[in-house]
Design a protein around this ligand. Structure first.
Ligand code: HEM
Length: 126
């Protein structure tokens, strides 16, 4: 019983670290995009690099959230992570296509979603 609790606590810590890193990475995206739109064209390279980092973190978060579910942690993180990863995949494709009418509002929604998820996972009791 206590072994299960310890495993869940550790898995929760891993999830908190991943979700927080995901938040830092996605908050950087509008910063780099703003630099690019302001005329610093190297920022597009950073935005592209950031997009890859955000995507890898999103997929890792799905796996970590699944493990958290399996050790009897909260289930909501798995479904939220799935939704965020789907939105971020659409965001990546919209960025590559230059579809800014979708890319900008979806970007704002995704940043909000990841920040709220970060607050949520830090509020879960260990
Ligand atoms: C509020 C957040 C974001 C804003 C304001 C934003 C804005 C932009 C802008 C202005 C461009 C340049 C488009 C062009 O010149 O045609 C761009 C490109 C791009 N964005 Fe974002 N973006 C955001 C978030 C994201 C996120 C979260 C991802 C990844 C999941 C992403 C992936 C990309 C990609 C792959 C490109 C194409 C880069 C290239 O052509 O080399 N963006 N974005």
């Amino acid at each position: 019983m206590s072994g299960t609790v310890t495993t869940r606590s550790r898995t929760l810590v891993v999830n908190r670290v991943l979700v927080s890193a995901h938040a830092v990475a996605i908050i950087g995206q509008p910063v780099f995009a703003g630099g690019y739109l302001g005329g610093d064209y190297d920022m597009l390279w950073l935005h592209k690099w950031g997009a890859d980092a955000v995507s890898y973190l999103a997929y890792a978060q799905i796996l970590a959230a699944l493990v958290l579910w399996l050790v009897r942690g909260p289930r909501w993180l798995f479904w939220v992570s799935l939704l965020l990863a789907a939105g971020e995949t659409a965001q990546y494709l919209a960025g590559m296509a230059g579809a800014l009418d979708l890319h900008i509002p979806l970007g704002v929604a995704l940043v909000t979603g990841v920040v709220l998820t970060t607050i949520g996972i830090w509020r879960v009791d260990r």
